[in-house]
Ligand binder design. Structure first.
Ligand code: ATP
Length: 236
């Protein structure tokens, strides 16, 4: 489903954040993305979500190269946005509608999903923000904004979920809901986190970014037992 081949990414006028990243992810896999602050986890998730593109190497989604030219094609972009959901690290970055209802409904309505209104009610209830549906998102608390941002992504029931530190602002009950929901979801999920204690519930395969590259791609248990790797990735 996802294939990175010797991929690198650097922001304009800066050294590459990481380079020579090669990776294959099969449908339904659950991966945990670990690494130090500034190690490039968010950047990798943004690249997999086609918000930025490799500066070297290749990214293929379902066998097709993800390039700026392809992303400009409306038919391709529409299908990709329908299938791929990216939860930003800072929920404010993705909230811009006048009400919580419009915010959750933005994706389903824009893509013309016939059951958009049912989905809005269902996901608002699941994330316990149904009492806030008529409120402007900017009036929500930090945790409520995070739940809203999650609802906006999950309402699309994506095939590929890219979650950037989703547990950061959540209360234990909402975090528990998310972890349980992810465990039964058929979606492919890549989740970045600094919370090593919760990591085993997010996936059995770990990607560790360290030293400008992918320092580990393999069992999470092996990564957590590797003290030298954890030190390199500033995780311990
Ligand atoms: N939009 C941007 N423009 C320029 N540089 C950026 C941008 N976003 C991130 N960077 C830089 O890219 C590097 C990687 O940042 P990134 O946010 O991907 O790291 P991260 O692993 O997610 O970090 P954290 O754990 O702190 O969230 C950092 O040096 C950061 O300053």
């Amino acid at each position: 489903m996802i294939e990175l081949e010797q991929a690198a990414f650097g922001w304009p006028e800066a050294a590459p954040v990481w380079a020579e990243v090669s990776l294959r992810v099969q449908p339904g896999e659950k991966l945990v993305l670990l690494g130090a602050n500034g190690g490039g986890k968010s950047t990798l998730l943004q690249l997999l979500g086609a918000l930025v593109f490799p500066t070297a190497g290749r990214y293929r989604y379902d066998g097709e190269a993800v390039t700026p030219a392809r992303a400009r094609r409306t038919d391709w972009a529409r299908r990709f946005r329908r299938e791929v959901g990216l939860l930003f690290q800072h929920p404010e970055a993705m909230l811009f509608n006048p009400t919580v209802r419009d915010e959750i409904g933005y994706g389903p309505r824009r893509l013309g999903l016939p059951d958009a209104e049912r989905r809005i009610g269902e996901w608002a209830a699941r994330l316990r923000i149904d009492h806030l549906l008529d409120k402007p998102p900017f009036l929500l608390s930090g945790g409520e904004k995070q739940r809203l941002a999650l609802a906006c992504v999950l309402v699309m029931e994506p095939r590929l979920l890219l979650l950037d530190e989703p547990l950061a602002h959540l209360d234990p009950r909402t975090a528990g809901f998310l972890l349980d929901w992810l465990a039964q979801s058929p979606a492919t999920v890549i989740t970045s986190t600094h919370q090593l204690a919760s990591a085993p519930r997010l996936g059995a395969r770990a990607l560790v970014l360290a030293g400008g590259g992918l320092a580990h791609d393999g069992p999470l248990a092996a990564a957590l037992a590797d003290t030298a790797l954890l030190a390199r990735a500033e995780l311990a």
